[in-house]
Design a protein around this ligand. Structure first.
Ligand code: XMP
Length: 326
């Protein structure tokens, strides 16, 4: 039997009871597969890798070694949440690598979007590879491959995401959620006790804020982006929009605009709000957000984030625009 094909009679996991049964079965399978050996996992903090981590911690505890690489392009509070949940609450074996300076150094002056993506993806593999080589006695590599990855890209979780197998390293794969769809992974995650904010996270591109800080990334614009994005997320959550809008974020272009500050002309950054609804990300529409919410977000960004003089709302559907700006 090909164990990468979802059996026709497999139930959709949509209740805590079904999730419990799935977890029990996977814990048993993983223990049988791994024995007393060690397993390595690149833990980004995204839904899939987080659920795999929680599942494997339940199955094999400290035999799982998680590596979280902070490329400096995470949203506000994300790496901190990974450390809090996995190291502090679940007592995981977690290696945290702050590689911000490495990534930003390599990206300095690079303004071509695909080149930026390549640098971020390539460096991610390099950092992960370096960490893996420091460890002894690892035989297995866990991955958060889910069923759409298998259906869409020959089982390689590489479509868009950074990360992947170090090429010359021979690991056997552990992929406990490979037959699940995204909504099922979320139910399993919740049943495992992961926080709602981690399990219900909206999609976040592998290159992170790198493709939202347009053109050549600078630290000041990256900070403007991170702070404005955090405000947008806070206000959308407060307005009950967090689970109604599919994806929302801010973008900071590499172009200044004039404004007035303290009675003087200032040359500052605009911040663009992007919010979309979609089923499969192939096409997308722009939701009609309450004016009062947009005004509140605008006021907060203008007053709380330094160096911003304007806030814009992107009204473009996909097509003609893409969801991301780069
Ligand atoms: P676009 O901009 O192509 O985005 O309309 C469609 C969906 O894909 C996400 N996206 C990415 N995800 N790496 C990723 O992991 C990427 O390089 C990347 N580019 C776009 C985007 O956030 C949206 O959900």
């Amino acid at each position: 039997m090909n164990n990468n094909v979802r059996p026709a009679d497999m139930k959709r996991i949509n209740t805590p009871e079904l999730a419990e049964a799935f977890i029990k079965e996977q814990v048993k399978e993983v223990r049988e597969q791994v024995g007393d050996k060690k397993v390595l996992l690149a833990l980004s903090g995204g839904v899939d890798s987080s659920v795999v981590a929680a599942l494997l911690i339940k199955a094999i505890g400290k035999q799982l070694v998680c590596v979280h690489v902070n490329h400096g392009l995470m949203r506000k509070g994300e790496s901190e949440q990974v450390i809090e949940v996995f190291r502090n609450q679940l007592d995981a074996n977690l290696i945290y690598v702050d590689a911000t300076d490495r990534f930003l150094g390599l990206l300095a002056g690079v303004d071509e979007p695909e080149r930026k993506r390549k640098i971020i993806g390539g460096e991610f593999i390099k950092v992960f590879d370096e960490e893996a080589r420091k460890l002894e006695g690892i035989d297995f590599l866990a991955q958060g491959t889910i069923y759409p990855d298998i259906l869409e890209s020959d089982g390689v979780k590489a479509h868009h995401n950074v990360g992947g197998l170090p090429e010359d390293m021979q690991f056997e794969l552990v992929e406990p959620v490979r037959l699940l769809f995204k909504d099922e992974v979320r139910v399993v995650g919740k049943t495992l006790g992961l926080p709602e904010s981690m399990v219900e996270r909206q999609p976040f591109p592998g290159p992170g804020l790198g493709v939202r800080c347009l053109g050549a990334i600078t630290r000041d614009r990256l900070e403007t982006l991170r702070e404005s994005d955090a405000i947008l997320r806070e206000e959308f959550a407060a307005a009950g929009l967090a689970d109604k809008v599919w994806q929302f974020f801010t973008v900071v272009p590499d172009m200044r605009a004039t404004g007035v500050r303290d009675g003087k002309r200032a040359y500052d950054w605009p911040v663009i709000i992007r919010a979309v609804n979609t089923v499969d990300a192939m096409t997308a529409t722009v939701p009609e957000i309450d004016w009062s919410v947009l005004k509140k977000v605008t006021e907060r960004i203008l007053h709380e984030v330094s160096g911003v003089c304007r806030v814009l709302y992107d009204l473009s559907p996909k097509p003609t625009a893409t969801i991301e700006w780069e």
